[in-house]
Design a protein around this ligand. Structure first.
Ligand code: PMM
Length: 278
């Protein structure tokens, strides 16, 4: 999944058309580079980000989805708003990616169900539910993996109750959302526990702060964002080998290659098991 974030700046007045064309060209490039789907987002979902007005998000996202679909680009829409999801689905978006897991907008799961669309439900701590953890981290009672797993199981139940088909539900641990580095690495290490819920799992580690922290220099300064893609691809290869359904990344080529490495590696292992009569 290639990331296409449309920021406020890119659509400011004079640059509007240029930014639109750039966005379409970037999406095309990501597909040529090996992305199976392009994730279009018109609102920054970073914790603490100021929310974009609904009409602005619509204006950014819907025409772009229309243009991409006309080009044959498969699209997911990264939104917490049911209205934007509905607008994008009407234009042919294939998947709704809701970082709030259907919690931010009470109409979201119903809208997804009505369209018969797949949904990505991310683990999300609503601003009201922060437990005063340091640095925006939430309190997971010493068991971040169990807490995220149980939360995602409840969100999957809510989606099923809304009428979304089980095979249309994808879960995502929400790396970096109200979590510190240790939390993120624990969730990656124990991805089996999320896979055990029986739904496909999406991993979205690309260029995130915990990758920058891992690669910090001797002074402790995090690696700059532009230097985080090789480590992102390393996460991709391990996640893919562990059975992740997908990865959401900025730089497509290294991760597409990493997925192929993981597939070849796993196929080799399956072949050996067959030869050993396992
Ligand atoms: N992270 C961001 C945006 N959308 N969607 C899903 N499903 N999972 C994520 O972890 C996620 C997301 C924020 O990252 P960005 O600023 O790099 O897009």
């Amino acid at each position: 999944m290639g990331i296409l974030n449309i920021t406020v700046d890119s659509f400011s007045d004079g640059g509007r058309h240029l930014a639109f064309d750039d966005a379409v060209a970037h999406a095309r490039r990501m597909v040529a580079d090996g992305a199976d789907i392009v994730d279009v987002g018109g609102e920054s979902t970073r914790p603490g980000a100021i929310r974009v007005a609904e009409s602005d998000e619509m204006q950014r996202v819907v025409p772009l989805v229309r243009a991409l679909r006309a080009d044959g680009v498969p699209v997911s829409v990264d939104t917490m708003r049911a209205s934007v999801a509905a607008g994008a689905l009407a234009e042919g978006a294939t998947i709704v990616n809701d970082v709030s897991g259907g919690l931010a907008d009470p109409d979201m799961l119903r809208v997804v169900a009505e369209h018969g669309a797949p949904v990505i439900l991310m683990h999300w701590v609503s601003p009201d539910d922060y437990h005063a953890g340091a640095g925006g981290r939430s309190d997971y009672g010493g068991d971040v993996v169990g807490s995220v797993r149980d939360h995602l199981a409840r969100r999957a139940d809510a989606a099923l109750a809304a009428g979304i088909a089980a095979e249309d539900i994808v879960l995502d641990p929400g790396l970096g959302f109200a979590k510190d580095s240790d939390d993120n690495w624990a969730l990656l290490r124990d991805i089996d526990q999320l896979l055990d819920l029986g739904f496909p799992v999406l991993v979205a580690a690309s260029r995130k702060r915990f990758i920058g922290a891992l690669l910090a220099d001797q002074d402790g300064s995090p690696r700059e964002v532009s230097g985080r893609d090789a480590a992102t691809a390393a996460v991709t290869s391990i996640a893919a080998a562990a059975g992740a359904w997908g990865v959401r990344v900025h730089d497509v080529v290294p991760s597409a290659d990493a997925v192929r490495v993981a597939a070849a590696w796993s196929a080799g292992r399956a072949g050996r098991a067959r030869l050993a009569g396992e």
